[in-house]
Design a protein around this ligand. Structure first.
Ligand code: UD1
Length: 442
């Protein structure tokens, strides 16, 4: 059987400047929000990652007319022809973000049929906060196994309380509330930059939305929303990956479009490691110059503005090579530590206790055969591979393709040696070790 993998050679001293794509987690929900309008919207700076293509397929299947110019990153979506409110289960299963069409379809059609969404295996990932609050809004739900039928002739406004500031639940409920008569208040809402990007879009469409301190969103329902033209914000997670690429390889990088105001704690931790960070005027543009031997730092993931769970795995790759002991506590997704086993194969010294990892920094990692188990784990392994001695072969690259648009092309331009290859038999670990020994002999 043929296997596709990334072959990553040690690539020290990455250096240069690169542009950023639009944020995947912002564009997915923004595409879903177009269901609330009837007309043609234009989105620019749209990344061409596999999850975005899935969301395009989902809306196309519902009847929307879509054209995507991948080279220009320009997406045109005409929702006048959108006639279906039943989402195909196989599309739902491909990614978690598919659940975000539930709120918009409910207000547009008064009903929808969806299936439990798929996505990365990083925890149980229930959708109870979405469903409980839709019920509070007067939606009748019938659940049979993985299938959910939802119906509501009119939705009710009122107070919705989230036990945890879930990004997806906040987005879904906020979208439904924009066209629900009266005032809806979401208490303990998520305020991630991607949620605020959705607020911007909905306001452009004509929605009345206010952020109320400390963490509530108030939505006053309107009767209709207009199509929009909108440019997607730069991806803070790609920003993090590129900064870490320079940091872990002992290089330097300049990202002129990067938004430092979306990454405060992450940048603070990179500085604490010893890396030099320079931020441009109005918090736009970030330059990182790596220090020669980074120091250990501890992190605890938390909802924004805490340390982003999506940067926990990539950061861990760098912590493996930092001097001293780092502690990582994952509080958002209980199962988001699957990359640890793979980093250990590369020589990382990590002990795990439930959701806590204790990392003792090593001088070197070694390339070997590793498996990416989710989007951010794939990024961590590519980063570790660039720093590791010898050759790293990473399978499970569909995760990498789901989350990043050609990140490896950017890394290659900065000096990395990464190649996608196909083989009938992936090299056995002994072969890779031999490969490393041969290399180190020269
Ligand atoms: C989004 C992001 C994902 C990021 C995450 C947290 C997208 C497409 N994905 O995912 O990259 O890692 O935010 O920043 O934007 N939970 C429940 N019940 C629910 C909903 C969530 O228990 O109904 C739990 C989850 O299991 C998890 C936590 O709440 O433990 C946070 O999940 P949530 O913020 O909803 O993440 P997503 O929206 O799925």
């Amino acid at each position: 059987m043929s296997t596709t993998y990334l072959r990553i050679e040690q690539s020290l001293g990455l250096h240069g400047q690169t542009d950023l794509v639009g944020a995947k987690n912002a564009v997915l929900v923004i595409i879903a929000s177009l269901i609330l309008t009837e007309g043609k919207s234009v989105l620019t700076n749209v990344p061409c990652s596999d999850d975005v293509l899935q969301m395009i397929d989902l809306l196309t299947d519902l009847g929307a007319q879509i054209s995507f110019c991948k080279e220009e990153h320009r997406l045109e979506v005409d929702t006048r022809t959108l006639i279906k409110c039943k989402v195909k289960p196989d599309i739902m299963k491909k990614m978690r973000a598919s659940i975000l069409v539930m709120g918009p379809l409910l207000v547009r059609f008064g009903k929808t049929d969806v299936a439990a969404p798929g996505g990365c295996v990083i925890g149980t990932r229930p959708i109870n906060f979405h469903l409980e609050n839709f019920r509070k809004m007067g939606v009748q739900l019938e659940q049979q196994g993985d299938f959910i039928s939802a119906q509501a002739d009119t939705l009710k406004s009122g107070k919705l309380i989230l036990e945890y500031p879930s990004v997806g639940a906040t987005e879904n409920l906020m979208m439904a509330a924009t066209l629900t008569p009266g005032t809806t208040k979401i208490i303990n809402a998520a305020l991630e930059p991607e949620v605020l990007a959705l607020v911007d879009v909905l306001q452009k469409m004509g929605a009345k939305i206010k952020i109320a301190p400390p963490a509530s969103i108030e939505i006053e329902g309107v009767t209709s929303l207009q199509p929009i033209e909108h440019s997607i914000i730069p991806d803070r997670l790609e920003t993090g990956a590129l900064l870490l690429a320079a940091a872990i390889t002992g290089g330097s990088i300049y990202l002129p479009q990067a938004r430092a105001d979306m990454l405060d704690i992450f940048l603070f931790k990179l500085q604490e490691m010893g890396h030099l960070i320079h931020v441009g005027p109005q918090d736009v543009g970030i330059k990182l110059t790596a220090c020669s031997r980074p120091k250990a730092v501890s992190i605890k993931t938390a909802p924004y503005p805490g340390f982003p769970t999506d940067l926990q795995a990539p950061m861990m790759a760098a912590q493996c090579l930092a001097e001293g002991t780092s502690i990582v506590e994952e509080t958002v997704f209980e199962n988001r530590l699957l990359h640890i086993g793979e980093l250990q194969k590369m020589g990382a010294q990590i002990k795990v206790d439930h959701n806590k990892a204790t990392i003792t920094g090593v001088e070197e990692l070694y390339g070997t055969q590793v498996i990416a188990t989710d989007i951010r784990a794939s990024c961590a392994l590519v980063l570790a591979g660039m720093a590791a001695k010898g050759t790293t072969l990473m399978t499970g690259i569909h995760h990498f393709r789901r989350g990043y648009e050609a990140l490896e092309k950017k890394l290659i331009l900065l000096g990395a040696s990464i190649q996608q290859q196909e083989t009938c038999d992936v090299l056995a670990p002994e072969t890779i070790l031999l490969d490393q020994k041969e290399k180190s002999a020269f």
